[in-house]
Design a protein around this ligand. Sequence first.
Ligand SMILES: [Zn+2]
Ligand SMILES: [Zn+2]
Length: 161
Amino acid sequence: MACLDQDEDADVDACAECFVLLDAASAFVPCASCAGVAFCSVTCRNRAFQSHHKVECSAFPILKASGLVHMPLALLALRAVTQKTPKFFMDNRTKFESHNVRTGGVEEELHDGKVYLSEDYENLFNLVTHEEKREPIDLTTKAIFAVFLMCCIKSAGYFKD
Ligand SMILES: [Zn+2]
Ligand SMILES: [Zn+2]
């Protein structure tokens, strides 16, 4: 994930909003506040700030210092949260809590030839976890990461809106 995953040795990265590749010869738009991302255009920078980057930008220094910027799955989880507001999750809480654990909430739609939509949070919530097959140390580590990420976005003001 290119959102914050900046490999200092790489000379190619992607726009933190649309993921178009940026190389050393590309003109890019930096974030005005952090060194964690680059954008292909002002439009992408503005769109990112209206969505997720406002929170991720403030959290970037601690995420970089912690090494989590090099963990794509942690960043993916972070982005899944930061691109929506706390109100969105509270408004949809009942829907997420009452999902069908075997099929998720989209079985009928899939039988109609439809596909999972990446922006559908019900699908995201219903992803298979294989929790029963994972080692306790793995589950414990991921739980610690989740709490750490929550503290990062809390300190970045995510819950103030
Ligand atoms: Zn872009
Ligand atoms: Zn930034």
